[in-house]
Design a protein around this ligand. Structure first.
Ligand SMILES: C[S@@+](CC[C@H](N)C(=O)[O-])C[C@H]1O[C@@H](n2cnc3c(N)ncnc32)[C@H](O)[C@@H]1O
Ligand code: SF4
Length: 397
């Protein structure tokens, strides 16, 4: 990998970071909270249960990384903060407030900053939601996954079917204008009616954002092992395509509009600005175990285990574990892969000869919108969204 550093070497604080460029197109902070009450069988995120890692010292370590980061860059201001996991709301709301306050004191939150935390539906209540809102969180993203009890059981979720929409209502009542519900579709055993009920539930919950992901069977997970043993069937691409069409139809009818292949919002102001920053080549610093960062064409990532992370920081050493310098070719590839998935689309002018030929083919196949194409933009049709990966392959050398 280009530019990879050996373990233990300070990553960004070595003068190699083009800090003068930090935040030219907006700047975000990601905070990874790597703790969960239990591990869902399908999940391969960097997260640990209480027997695998302690939460003690986590917040202090994050604050220490923030102090190191402040020596490396001066972004001017922070436009978005996204606290993700894991289950951030396993931490007391006071801890999430302390982290946000430290980010504000260090770099300054923009007046209109978007501040999101992910939350598992069973890990919040009206009191904690009020405390988060008071602390400056403006957006909450709840992992609902499904409204069908049988599907939640196969996914090893801890919440009951009614808890996610109820948490969404509580979040609204606590003053959150922006509330997202995450769905997973294509789980073994899920019927078309189950998914229709999930969609009906998110529409009735009064949220302004929905993410719907096709179940990915990740190597090394309990779910993958169950499928290998024949205890669960593998997901089917045809079923996933049917579910996607159902999602788009129901959400569109309810006033949502897609803005990224897996994301729908009620209007532009309801789009997740932090994720938009990821998808449009923006700069962000990722704090926490295993967090990834990207500033000015340099990408790096932290050691994964919370104790290794805390140990490094207690010794005043960067938790950075490796990095890569993105070449112009890497940046072009990422730009195509991510922007094609956006409803705002990709300017045709950014494509080379091969990409232009690929775009013409995708247009002829009905995968791109004709009007946008004529105006110089690659924008997927509904059928194109189903085949987004194939379109990306056509646009790249
Ligand atoms: C990492 S989780 C964090 C949120 C929170 N811990 C939760 O599960 O409710 C973020 C979202 O990623 C999605 N996700 C995680 N693993 C997935 C997988 N294997 N396939 C599809 N979606 C997945 C789920 O929708 C989940 O809500
Ligand atoms: S899906 Fe969410 S709750 Fe489940 S293990 Fe992964 S991060 Fe934790």
């Amino acid at each position: 990998m280009p530019g990879a550093l050996p373990d233990g070497e300070p990553v960004p604080v070595d003068g190699s970071l083009p800090s003068s460029r930090a935040g030219r197109n907006g700047f975000g902070v990601y905070v990874h909270v790597p703790f969960c009450a239990s591990r869902c069988g399908y999940c391969d995120f960097n997260t640990y249960t209480a027997t695998e890692a302690t939460q003690d010292g986590y917040v202090e370590a994050v604050l220490a990384e923030l102090r190191l980061a402040d020596k490396a860059i001066s972004p001017g201001r922070v436009d978005t903060v996204f606290v993700g996991g894991g289950t951030p709301t396993l931490l007391p709301a006071d801890d999430l407030a302390r982290i946000l306050d430290a980010i504000d004191k260090t770099w300054g939150l923009a007046d209109d900053a978007e501040v999101t935390t992910e939350a598992n539906p069973e890990s919040v209540d009206p009191r904690s939601l009020l405390a988060l809102r008071k602390a400056g969180y403006t957006r909450i993203s709840l992992g609902m996954q499904s409204a069908a009890p049988g599907v939640l059981a196969i996914l090893d979720r801890r919440h009951t079917a009614g808890r996610a929409p109820q948490a969404a209502v509580e979040a609204r009542e606590a003053g959150f204008d922006h509330v997202n519900l995450d769905l997973i579709y294509g789980t073994p055993g899920e019927t078309a009616d189950d998914f229709a009920a999930s969609l009906d539930t998110v529409v009735r919950a009064g949220v302004d954002h929905v993410s719907a992901y096709s179940l990915i069977v990740e190597d090394g997970t309990r779910m993958a092992a169950r499928m290998r043993r024949g205890e669960l069937p593998y997901p089917s691409d045809d079923v996933a395509a049917d579910r996607y069409l159902a999602a788009d139809e129901t959400l569109s009818r309810a006033g949502f509009e897609w803005y990224e292949v897996s994301n729908w919002a009620t209007d532009r102001s309801a789009r997740c600005r932090h994720n938009m920053l990821y998808w449009t080549g923006g700069d962000w610093w990722g704090l926490g175990p295993g967090a990834h960062s990207h500033v000015g064409g340099v990408r790096w990532w932290n050691v994964k285990h919370p104790s290794a992370y805390a140990q490094r920081l207690s010794e005043g050493v960067s938790p950075g574990h490796g990095r890569e310098l993105l070449t112009p070719a890497d940046q072009h590839m990422e730009d195509v892969m991510l922007r094609v998935r956006l409803s705002d689309g990709l300017p045709l002018a950014t494509l080379d000869e091969v990409g232009l030929a690929g775009a013409a083919k995708a247009l002829a196949d009905g995968l791109l919108e004709e009007r946008e194409y004529a105006a110089g933009t690659v924008r997927l049709t509904l059928r194109g969204r189903l085949l987004a990966d194939a379109v990306v392959r056509d646009l790249l050398p």
